[in-house]
Ligand binder design. Structure first.
Ligand code: DP6
Length: 345
């Protein structure tokens, strides 16, 4: 190790089977498995540079150009775990572990507006640190310590985060269902409905749901296991109709869980609901399911659709929401290969 700067870019992932609820807050262990698709980094990504130096007086972090506090527990947990792994793997001389680090991170999309910024951010940070400290072992479980969904951004294509059963979280890792070349026609269309910071963070929302929602218990036990298997099969068989139906049902159930929590909280707006109605109408008129919507902890929609459908859907959206057209971002083609060597800039 020397004073080199390591810079990494990391993609956003959008879940089709949602992670919502933890069984361990500290280790960030989920109540259920989840599944996501990793988007192309040309549209939305995080970029992080890290550097260690014997002359740095303290650990410091800048987020989107603004200096932030390093006291964030999750950030510290990630750095601690990386250093522990480096020590165990004897990947660098012990003296380097005493040097302080500087971290610079930026997103090219709205932070904390339900656009998976923490997923890309922590995947990026942990990968950059793993490069700096030459850590070789699985890093999805370290990214998970930053933000649960971040463990899925470590891979490209379609990814499953296994909830695992071990109390220490050693089996709560992400694996690839299919790589980025598997379904080249698949596209995602991100509709930015609002880019203000969400009122209830995912962390707080899911804690409230885990504490109070009966529907969440039902979902975890009876719905998610079958959906996860079925959507994995649909992805492998490239069955868009099945993939889309499960994706939409799971998004709807997640938002129903938010309403079933006490006190309830709502992420969707009237525009989100207009998009939902539009998608169902479009599918009905088409005589088959050609678009799927999914919403994370915010009002923004992610539409999954196949390549040949994009021009028609884009012009329909421009027509219905003309004033907001500059806010719509297209794109995803699964070109990236996750955070591996050739992916590094
Ligand atoms: C709705 O990963 O942001 O996007 O683990 O508390 O940081 P923490 O939560 P986070 O939650 C993401 C929730 C979601 C669904 C998903 O990505 O699976």
């Amino acid at each position: 190790m020397n004073c080199d700067v390591k810079t990494v870019i990391a993609p956003v992932n959008i879940a089709v089977i949602k992670y919502w609820g933890k069984r361990d807050e500290e280790l960030i262990l989920p109540l259920n498995d989840s599944v996501s698709a990793t988007l192309d980094t040309s549209v939305m990504c995080a970029k992080t540079s890290v550097c260690a130096n014997p002359h740095f007086a303290e650990d410091e972090i800048w987020l989107n150009g603004k200096k932030e506090s390093f006291s964030n527990q999750r950030l510290q947990n990630c750095l601690k775990e990386i250093k522990q792994r480096a020590y165990n793997e004897k990947s660098i001389d012990d003296i380097f572990l005493t040097w302080k680090v500087h971290i610079c991170s930026e997103n090219n999309f709205p932070t904390a507006a339900g656009l998976a910024s923490s997923a890309a951010g922590y995947a990026c940070l942990v990968t950059a640190l793993a490069k700096l400290y030459k850590v070789k072992s699985d890093i999805s479980s370290i990214a998970r310590l930053g933000s649960g969904s971040a463990c899925r951004s470590v891979y490209g294509g379609f990814v499953r985060w296994h909830a695992g059963v071990n109390p220490d979280g050693s089996d709560s890792i992400a694996t690839q269902i299919a790589d980025s070349s598997h379904w080249p026609q698949m596209r995602a269309l991100i509709l930015v409905v609002g880019d203000t910071k969400k009122k209830i963070s995912s962390t707080i929302g899911m804690k409230r749901s885990a504490d109070t929602s009966e529907l969440l218990k039902y979902r975890v036990q009876y719905c998610v296991p079958k959906r996860t298997d079925d959507i994995s099969k649909a992805i492998k068989e490239k069955n868009f109709g099945k993939f889309a139906e499960i994706t939409m049902k799971d998004s709807n159930q997640f938002h129903a869980v938010c309403m079933d929590s006490y006190p309830p909280y709502v992420y969707l707006t009237n525009i989100s609901h207009t998009i939902i109605d539009l998608v169902h109408k479009y599918n009905e008129i088409s005589g088959e399911t050609r678009i799927a919507y999914t919403f994370d902890a915010g009002p923004n929609a992610c539409l999954y659709l196949l390549e040949n459908e994009v021009p028609k859907v884009m012009s329909l959206i421009q027509h219905i929401f003309p004033s907001s057209s500059d806010k719509f971002v297209t794109g995803l083609n699964f070109k990236e290969e996750g955070l591996n060597e050739e992916f590094l800039k």
